[in-house]
Design a protein around this ligand. Sequence first.
Ligand code: GLU
Length: 461
Amino acid sequence: MKSRFAPSPTGYLHIGGARTALFAWAWAKKQQGSFVLRIEDTDTQRSTQASVEAILEGMSWLALDYDEGPFYQTDRFERYQEIIQQLLNEDKAYYCECSKERLQSLREKLTEQGEKAKYDGRCRDKKLRSGVVRFNNPLDGFVHFNDVVKGAISIGNQELDDLIIARSDGTPTYNLTVVVDDHDMGIDTVIRGDDHINNTPRQINLYEALGWALPEFAHLPMILGTDGARLSKRHGAVSVMAYRDEGFLPDALLNYLVRLGWSHGDQEVFSIDEIVALFELKNINKAPASFNPEKLLWLNQAYIKSASAEYLIEQLDWHLKRQLIDTSTGPSLEAVVKHLQTRSKTLVEMADGMKMFYQDFATFDAALAQKQFKDSQPIELLFNKLSALDEWLADNIKEQIKQVCSELDIGFGKIGQPFRLALSGNGNAGNIDIVAELVGQKRTLARLKMALDYMAQSGDE
Ligand code: GLU
C-alpha cells in the first residue's frame, strides 16, 4: 500500500494541507505501507523555493516523516513529455491552436445559451503540429468511481472538456502530471482535499487512455471556520508554522487535525500511536469539518499538562532561543518546566513564565507596585528571616512566611501579594514558596531588597 502528499509549493504548509498529509501518513503507517512526499512544482510561475522549504519545515516540525521523496515534478519533465507524445501518437491527444479570444467568445456564447462553457473540440481532427496539447476526452458514456469517503460518483463525459495536458510552451499541466506520477510511483490510495473531486473523472479518463490501473480515491471534507465559511486567513493563523510560533505542541496540533473530518467514537485525545492504530479511511466523515481554535487551545493545554518534562524541554528550545532566555545558569530546567506545565496553555506562555527564573529585571509593574508595595515592615521582616535561612527549601520558606504573618498579626495576603510581585516583577507566579525555592536564595533576597528600595524611594517622595 502506498499513499502520498502532493502539495504545490505556492505558499506555506497550511492547516488543510497538513490535515491531508496527516491522513495519508496515518493510513500508510497503519497498513505498514509507504508514504511519499511529492512537490508539484510544474507551475513555475507560482512555485517558489521558499515555499518548498516552508512545506518541508512544516512536515518536519509535525514529524510526518516520508518513506520516499521529496520528489520534484520539475525533475520529471522528460517523462511527462514521453507520455504526452505517446498520447499524441495514439491519437488520444491533439494540438490545439485556438486563440484566447476565440475561447473567450466561445465561453461567452455557451454561457449565454445556458450551456456548460467547455471547449468545442474544433482542433480535434486538424492534425496540427503546435499549440497546447488537449486530451481527447471520450464524447459519451460515464465515468463511474467509488470514492472511499463520498461514495459512488458518476459523471457524464459530455460534462468534461478536452483537457489541456501541455501548455503551448510544452510544460505539462496538473491533471497529467498527477496521473503519471501516481502511476509511476505506485500510489494505490489517493487521499486529497475534496476541492480536487472534479478533477478525478478527468484523471480517470487519462488512466484509462494509458491502460493503467486506477488507484483508490478518498476525498477529504472541506475545513470551515467557525462562521461556516471555508477556512482562510480571516479565521486566524492558517499556516502550520504559525502554530509553532504561537506555542502549540506538534502532537497537540496533529491530534486536533485528525479530528477534522475523522472520528473514533467520541474520543478526543489521541496519542500519535493511537492515531496510527485506530485510523480508518472508512471513518472519515462526509460532512465538512469545523475549525475551532478554542478546542485546539484546550487540547494544547491538556498536552502540556500531561507531557513529560523531557518532551517539553525539547519543544521549548526554539521558544527559549527566540526569546533569548539563557537557562544555563539558574534552577534546573526540568524543575521549572514541571512547575509551569500545570499553568501554561502554550509554550509561549511557558517561556514567558520562565523568565523570572533565569533573568533579572530592573523595574516592577508600575500599577501593581503602587498598590502592593505600601507597607515595608512585612517585607523587611521576611527579608531578615529568609537571609538567615540555612536550607533553601519551599517548606522552610513557607514556614518563614507564616511566622511573619503571626509575628505581625497580618493575613497571608499582606505578605503573599507583595512577595509574589517582588519575585516576579509582574505578579505572575504560582505557589510563591515553590517559586522562591526555584528562583534561589540570592536572587530572592536581591528582589526583596529591590522592593524595599522601591518603598523607601516612594516614601521619600
Ligand atoms: N498539488 C495539488 C494541490 O496542492 C494536489 C494534487 C493531489 O493531491 O492530487 O492542490
